[in-house]
Design a protein around this ligand. Structure first.
Ligand code: 5GP
Length: 235
């Protein structure tokens, strides 16, 4: 079975319907144009993802997470992934500023969902339900992914708010398991979400790297500690 190597992760299929998801210390931004390595980032993202998948499972969301398999590795259920990124936004930031005449930091009256087609050569273009249908993904499947994404948003937004952190936006990826169920896959980490300190607006996510806002590991460690209530034990 083929090992899949992405920019920040490796997925190693096992022969029992499971896979190892290994988080790398590599960081990339702007479709791979900006690159760097941060010692400890793989560990932090693996642990934060595991923690958030557990929170979601406890709240009734089906995820691919099975367990932690080492410092920067998770064991997950193998899924047939949809080539779609589902982005949920609560506050104006990032690429939304290019679409709506609203200032960064404006709270949205209700969450916005966006779909992107995962294709580096096209630069992950935004798509709608009609494009998805042409790609072989039915209206029903898209609606189910959107409905799960909104539930994830409700759970995580509240969870982070209780810890003084604003969940600004995030990206999810879904797949189908062997039983044909649509399941949340990939990762949920500061690489794939925007987290702002609710008081100061300080970024605790990959924008620190994208826009040179400070030390990435410090930001990810602060997020880890505020989320889990424990100091990070390893880099
Ligand atoms: P934006 O469209 O504003 O760049 O991103 C919206 C949210 O989705 C951000 O939290 C961002 O981190 C996440 N996101 C969107 N596309 C990608 C992607 O290709 N890779 C990663 N890691 N995150 C993404």
């Amino acid at each position: 079975m083929q090992v899949y190597e992405g920019k920040a992760k490796k997925v190693i299929p096992l022969d029992d319907g499971k896979a190892i998801m290994e988080f790398k210390d590599d960081a990339t931004a702007f479709n791979g144009e900006k690159k760097a390595q941060f010692r400890g980032k793989g560990w932090l993202n693996a642990q934060i993802s595991a923690f958030l998948f557990k929170v979601l499972e406890e709240n009734g969301i089906k995820t691919h997470f099975i367990g932690i398999a080492g410092d920067n590795r998770l064991i997950v259920e193998r899924l047939k992934m949809y080539p779609v990124e589902v982005v949920v936004r609560n506050v104006v930031a990032g690429s939304l500023k290019k679409r709506l005449p609203l200032e960064e930091g404006t709270e949205l009256p209700e969450p916005i969902i966006e779909l992107y087609y995962k294709d580096d050569s096209l630069g992950d273009p935004m798509i709608n339900h009609h494009h998805a249908k042409v790609l072989g993904i039915s209206e029903e499947e898209i609606k189910e992914m959107e409905s799960i994404a909104l539930k994830v948003n409700e759970i995580l937004r509240k969870y982070f708010a209780e810890r003084g952190i604003t969940l600004v936006d995030f990206k999810l990826e879904f797949g189908r398991n062997e039983r044909g169920e649509i399941v949340l896959g990939d990762e949920i980490s500061p690489d794939t979400c925007r987290f702002w300190d609710a008081e100061t607006g300080k970024s605790l996510d990959k924008d620190v790297f994208r826009f040179d806002k400070g030390d990435l590991i410090n930001a990810y460690e602060e997020l880890y500690e505020r989320l889990t209530g424990q100091a990070p034990t390893r880099r």
